[in-house]
Design a binder for this molecule. Structure first.
Ligand code: 5GP
Length: 206
């Protein structure tokens, strides 16, 4: 068995990116997959860091070539996880983290039933709206669209294994780390990663 596949999903404004950044800082063994997207970069976004930014045609070419582990149309833009960002890492026993939407999570769950899935919720609708507004990057129209999309996304929280409420940032970070730690301690993962120890402990009695 290889590494564990973690999926973190959330509506826009739930604070997912900051949480994931904090978790990666405290758990550097996790490999974060950088998605491909046909969306234009926002101010401050760097190609290869936040996303691999490609044209819609290039994205469609990758779909045709079966390059994606999962992909979806998210609010009018293509988003996808390349096989290359997941399969070699898992095969080498590395744990991989995907920040994807519910559509992608569904596809991954079908392929990897023991993937561990987490949904992050904001503490209230009012707080979600406040967070969407204080970003200051988007127009009123975009904020309204994002709020509607957020409510649509949240309807799918029941499909996930775990739910983390991001009210107090440090607490939510600890919750996420606790989920990842417990998942790695599952029997199958522990037996696979400690095969030599288990053989030694349980091996021959002569
Ligand atoms: P944003 O455009 O604000 O960066 O992301 C919007 C949504 O796209 C988020 O819900 C995010 O999880 C989702 N997303 C980002 N990358 C991927 C991906 O590779 N696959 C899927 N299915 N969704 C993604």
């Amino acid at each position: 068995m290889g590494g564990t596949l973690f999926i973190v999903a959330a509506p826009s404004g739930a604070g997912k990116s900051s949480l994931v950044r904090a978790v990666l800082a405290r758990d550097p063994t996790l490999s974060l997959s950088i998605s491909f997207t046909s969306r234009a970069p926002r101010p401050g976004e760097i190609d290869g860091v936040h996303y691999h930014f490609v044209s819609a045609q290039a994205f469609e070419g990758m779909v045709a070539a079966d390059d994606f582990f999962e992909h979806a149309l998210v609010m009018g833009d293509y988003k996808g996880t390349a096989r290359q960002s997941v399969e070699p890492q898992l095969a080498q026993g590395r744990d991989v983290l995907l920040e994807i939407d519910w559509q992608g999570a569904r596809q991954v769950r079908a392929k990897v039933p023991d993937a561990v899935t987490v949904f992050i919720l904001p503490p209230s609708l009012a707080e979600l709206e406040r967070r969407l507004r204080t970003r200051g990057q988007d127009s009123e129209e975009v904020i309204r669209r994002r709020l509607a999309a957020a409510r649509g996304e949240m309807e799918h929280c029941r499909e996930f294994d775990y739910i983390v409420i991001n009210e107090v940032f440090e607490r939510a970070t600890d919750d996420l780390l606790a989920i990842f730690t417990a998942s790695r301690l599952r029997r199958e993962a522990q037996l696979a990663h400690n095969a030599a120890l288990v053989a030694d402990l349980l091996g021959s009695h002569d």
